[in-house]
Design a protein around this ligand. Structure first.
Ligand code: CP
Ligand code: NVA
Length: 325
């Protein structure tokens, strides 16, 4: 179905549409734009693997502001800029005046005078929206409490690599339904015609507004979105199985309560026996073996988590090239 609405616009037109755009959530992008970025990610991965230089962003500088910890996001954005011929600067609130109370307004305007784009990992989505409102350069969301769009672009790239397509597949997410990865997956599934089943305890269901908007998008692509509490039902005939930590960054005070609440939502051999026999297992990492997923699954033959982690690099290079160039 997605193929039917796939753009016929040239890459020049797509590039013109994306230039200067913020990358705050998947829902902000059209199906055509997402598919274009995934094609670009595939090409950039090919160039990198072939050792062919691709300095599209020579002389360009990305700022990277982290208010939460990161391994993958920090390193993949920095390496991505270097591979594109540009440079990246790591900014921690401890080191810049934002951490001493300088306003987002002033920080965004000042940083826009030096940088070509700014990637931000922070808590509230409103903060990153405020940055985007005041900045003159593209703002890229490197994770907020409710969204992790750059992760999910890498997830889509990985699914295509293993399954050859997105539309018509069934993705099953088991665990914390109310976190950033789940929300971005729901938005993405709706955009690309993938069916998604999310199983989580009642208290940890996905955000209703995000689901409502995704249901609207799903009408255009034929995707179905099912938000339930039964992990077995969600898992039945899944092509792609995904989970994430039970306690996301910033929720540490609830860790004990969550450990109890999610006991029945562990991705393990028994649960995965309901998925298709050739399912792939994905996790954005970092993972807690023995909590949201057992070691035999994440380290087993269905797991693609390290390709998924690698694809952060390629998917983000496509985003950087599109919004900066
Ligand atoms: N998946 C992910 O965003 O990892 P980091 O927290 O290490 O950046
Ligand atoms: N949901 C997790 C993702 C980590 C990359 C968190 O927010 O901590």
């Amino acid at each position: 179905m997605v193929q039917a609405i796939k753009t016929t616009e040239s890459s020049d037109v797509m590039q013109a549409k994306l230039k200067g755009k913020d990358f705050l959530s998947i829902a902000d992008f059209s199906t055509a734009e997402i598919l274009y970025l995934l094609e670009e990610a595939k090409e950039l991965k090919k160039l990198q693997k072939s050792g062919i230089p691709h300095p599209y962003l020579a002389g360009k500088v990305l700022g990277m502001l982290f208010e939460k910890s990161s391994t993958r996001t920090r390193v993949s954005f920095e390496v991505g800029m270097l591979q594109l011929g540009g440079h990246a600067i790591f900014l921690s609130p401890r080191d810049i005046q934002l951490g001493r109370g300088e306003s987002i307004h002033d920080t965004a305007i000042v940083l826009s005078r030096y940088l070509d784009a700014l990637m931000i990992r922070t808590f509230s989505h409103e903060s990153i929206q405020e940055f985007a409102h005041h900045a003159d350069v593209p703002i890229i969301n490197g994770l907020t409490d409710p969204h992790h769009p750059v992760q999910v672009m890498a997830d889509l790239q990985t699914i295509i690599e293993y399954k050859g397509k997105l539309d018509g597949l069934k993705l099953c997410y088991v665990g914390d339904g109310n976190n950033n990865v789940t929300h971005s997956l729901i938005e993405a599934a709706a955009k690309v015609g993938m069916h998604i089943s999310v199983a989580s305890p009642e208290k940890y269901r996905p955000n209703q507004e995000i689901v409502a908007k995704a249901l609207e998008d799903a009408k255009l692509t034929g995707s179905t979105i099912s938000i339930i509490t039964d992990p077995i039902e969600a898992m039945k005939d899944a092509d792609v199985v995904v989970t994430d930590v039970w306690t996301s960054m910033g929720m540490e005070a609830e860790a004990q309560e969550r450990l109890q609440a999610f006991q029945a939502y562990q991705v393990n051999e028994e649960l995965c026996s309901y998925a298709k026999s050739d399912y792939i297992f994905m996790h954005c990492l970092p993972a807690h073996r023995g909590e949201e997923v057992t070691a035999d699954i994440i380290d087993g033959p269905h797991s693609v988590v390290f390709d998924e982690a690698e694809n952060r690099l390629h998917a983000q290079k496509a985003i950087l090239k599109a919004v900066i160039l």
